[in-house]
Design a protein around this ligand. Structure first.
Ligand SMILES: Nc1ncnc2c1ncn2[C@@H]1O[C@H](COP(=O)(O)OP(=O)(O)O)[C@@H](O)[C@H]1O
Ligand SMILES: [Mg+2]
Length: 335
């Protein structure tokens, strides 16, 4: 098999690239070096928490001072419009980059240290473009555009929300990203979604992709259903056998009231905790002043448990990336 070696800019380790990746044009090869901290939150299944997790984790990491880019690769643009409340370009810049390798034009400062490549309906052209141009051309285009942006803006981390349904785009994203996180709910249909993405992941690796599965995370889970959750985690562990990844210890609890507030108000979980505190204070003040019944603005009274879950997950994601980088560096020293 054709193989070549590039230098990992994060660990300075030599990374061996084989298969069709080794046949890439130089621009795409160079771009690979800048995509080292690109994390895909992916699944073909909708409603399993991809956008929610990307929004929450990106905002938490950005709040620590790291510069973060999020890429909304979904035509529905939930991440862009509902979660982050940004005014995007309908997915135009991302669609153009995928088709022609043109420069990406992110929405800057959607939060402090956080930029966004917006999603939207213009991404509908990408499926047909992949069918005519081929996945590897579209991959090279995005690798070059995203690699240049990361280099120019010096992002510490890139999080991609895969959207769902569009398998051809998902395959391209699996070739681009360095890490994969798969969210799932505990129902059979969602667990079947884990199986599907696991097989796409293995195909991508067989085709020479550098992507590494970081883990599967349980979303919308009942924190009191410990036995049920343990059962689901062991089912997921079975599905992951051979991938080298373990399910995440952190999980995201079910909190419908907070979920409604997060999207209606375009807040991240940490912002919702603060908003709920202010809301509560205002409510108490109005009650004391014997005014007419206070108008409830937020549904959630205490979203701090949900925010704590996202905090645990975010820490675990960063720990796993650090471990993967250390392992790569030490493998490079040994070989
Ligand atoms: N903690 C939660 N508990 C229950 N439902 C949630 C929670 N967080 C988000 N949701 C809701 O779950 C649905 C799916 O989440 P989303 O992040 O959009 O998934 P995906 O991006 O995989 O389609 C949305 O309607 C969202 O409001
Ligand atoms: Mg989504």
């Amino acid at each position: 098999m054709i193989a070549m070696t590039v230098v990992d800019p994060v660990s300075s380790a030599a990374v061996s690239i084989h298969g069709f990746m080794a046949l890439r044009p130089y621009a795409a090869m160079v771009a690979v070096r800048h995509l080292q901290r690109t994390v895909l939150v992916g699944s073909q299944k909708g409603g399993v928490g991809k956008s929610s997790i990307v929004s929450a984790a990106a905002a938490m990491i950005a709040a620590t001072g790291r510069k973060v880019l999020v890429v909304d690769a979904d035509q529905q643009a939930n991440l862009t419009e509902s979660d982050l409340g940004a005014d995007g370009d309908g997915g135009r810049s991302l669609a153009m980059a995928l088709q022609y390798g043109t420069p990406l034009d992110p929405v800057r400062g959607v939060r402090s240290n956080l930029d966004l490549v917006a999603g939207g309906p213009q991404l509908a052209v990408v499926g047909p473009a992949i069918a005519t141009q081929g996945g590897s051309k579209v991959h090279d285009n995005l690798a070059a555009s995203l690699g240049s942006l990361i280099l120019a803006e010096r992002y510490d981390l890139v999080l991609i929300d895969s959207g769902h349904g569009d398998v051809s785009l998902l395959r391209v994203l699996l070739q681009i990203a360095r890490y994969l996180i798969v969210p799932t709910k505990d129902d059979d249909a969602s667990l079947h979604g884990v199986e599907l993405i696991a097989s796409l992941y293995l195909q991508a690796r067989a085709n020479g992709a550098l992507i590494q599965l970081l883990g599967v995370v349980l979303f919308d889970a009942n924190p009191r259903a410990k036995v049920r959750n343990q059962d689901v985690v062991s089912q997921v562990a079975d599905l992951l056998r051979g991938s080298g990844a373990e399910p995440f210890e952190a999980f995201i609890r079910s909190d419908k009231a907070a979920a409604v507030d997060l999207r209606n108000e375009h807040l991240t979980p940490a912002e919702l905790v603060e908003a709920a505190r202010v809301d509560q204070q205002q409510r108490i003040r109005m009650l004391r002043s014997l005014d007419k019944k206070p108008r409830t603005r937020l549904w959630s009274r205490d979203p701090s448990g949900l925010a704590a879950d996202y905090q645990c997950l975010t820490k675990e994601i960063l720990r796993r990336i650090a471990t993967a980088e250390r392992n790569r560096a030490s493998r490079a020293v040994v070989s």
